[in-house]
Design a protein around this ligand. Structure first.
Ligand SMILES: NC(=O)c1ccc[n+]([C@@H]2O[C@H](COP(=O)([O-])OP(=O)(O)OC[C@H]3O[C@@H](n4cnc5c(N)ncnc54)[C@H](O)[C@@H]3O)[C@@H](O)[C@H]2O)c1
Length: 301
């Protein structure tokens, strides 16, 4: 049981962080301006607080998950300085903001970083850890240790960039997905099928580099880059930036709803989370050097 953790902002992401922390941490203190009436039972490790100052008092680690708005986040952080313990780390779930912008001018700037999860954080292991100009390297190391201790898979990014890493990867795929529909190349349903029935299952097991290593046959990634690398470079040059017109937006929304056959967001979330657990159990068989031996053993029992 590593830490007392505070969660500030308990919407989609904050609530899921609470679920993740509550099985791994002794105490989870939570605050949200719109959730002040929620009170869990006494045996729960969750303490609902009336103010962000109360929530961070005594916390070792703060996971801020308020709205994606720099001014709101900075205003919130400014309230914390008097109550924050001298060792406490403040991690923002921000999807795209730069940690240097979040921490600028704060008395505890060296302990502010981005700890970006993926929805839903209680199931998806990845957390992107990014420091800003003023973040102390030891704080980044401590954050990585913390996320590992609660069962996450943190990756530390060495350069702060808008959208961090994985959202930039998503943005590249989303650009092509939207462009395919905008140009009439494919339907929403077929774009989703291209991911669900080809890219997604492979990527769940191996990332783009390892996947293309296999794409090079016995010559591996070296052969792939020599053989098909120029094709992909040509496709990079061919990339178009679609414009999200109101007509295109309507088409994307209507076609997505149609393909889901009336499933509600809650129903689809339950279905997705249930299947996600099975995929993650299989994906845990990674070919990293540490796990290679045990993986090979598992693959050849
Ligand atoms: N939605 C995603 O897929 C996703 C994934 C990863 C990270 N994030 C990031 O997580 C953060 C939260 O996103 P979300 O999708 O949970 O949004 P959300 O709208 O579901 O939740 C935001 C919560 O913040 C609360 N709030 C409002 N004003 C606040 C304030 N001043 N201080 C603290 N909380 C306040 C709201 O009441 C709400 O409950 C954002 O920074 C977002 O970029 C989102």
């Amino acid at each position: 049981m590593p830490k007392t953790v505070a969660v500030l902002g308990c919407g989609l992401i904050g609530s899921s962080w609470i679920a993740a922390f509550s099985t791994q941490c002794q105490t989870v203190k939570a605050w949200d301006p719109q959730h002040s009436v929620i009170r869990p039972d006494a045996s729960s490790p969750i303490q609902w607080c009336d103010t962000p100052e109360d929530a961070v008092e005594g916390a070792d680690f703060v996971q801020e998950s308020g709205p994606e708005d720099l001014a709101i986040k900075r205003e919130l952080y400014a309230r914390l300085s008097n109550k924050l313990a001298a060792h406490a780390i403040v991690a923002s779930s921000s999807s795209a903001l730069l940690p240097s912008d979040l921490q600028a001018g704060l008395s505890f700037a060296e302990r502010v970083l981005v700890g970006h999860p993926f929805n839903p954080p209680h199931l998806i292991p990845l957390v992107e850890v990014v420091g800003g100009r003023d973040t102390a390297p030891s704080v980044l190391e401590e954050a990585v240790r913390f996320y590992k201790a609660i069962g996450k898979h943190p990756i530390r990014l060495n350069v702060e960039r808008k959208g961090h890493l994985a959202n930039r990867l998503q943005a590249a795929v989303w650009r092509e997905a939207v462009d395919a529909v905008a140009t009439g190349q494919a339907t929403v349903q077929d774009v989703d099928a291209a991911v669900t029935y080809a890219l997604g299952p492979r990527w769940a097991l191996l990332g783009p580099f390892a996947t293309f290593h296999l794409g090079g046959g016995s010559g591996g990634l070296a052969h792939f880059i020599d053989h098909l690398g120029p094709v992909f470079e040509d496709l990079w040059d061919d990339a178009k930036r679609p414009t999200m017109t109101s007509e295109l937006k309507r088409e994307l929304i209507d076609s997505t709803q149609k393909q889901l056959g009336g499933l509600s967001v809650d129903e689809l979330t339950l279905l997705r989370n249930d299947r996600l657990k099975s995929i993650l159990r299989i994906a845990a068989l990674q070919l990293s050097p540490e796990t290679r031996t045990s993986t090979v053993e598992k693959l050849n029992p």
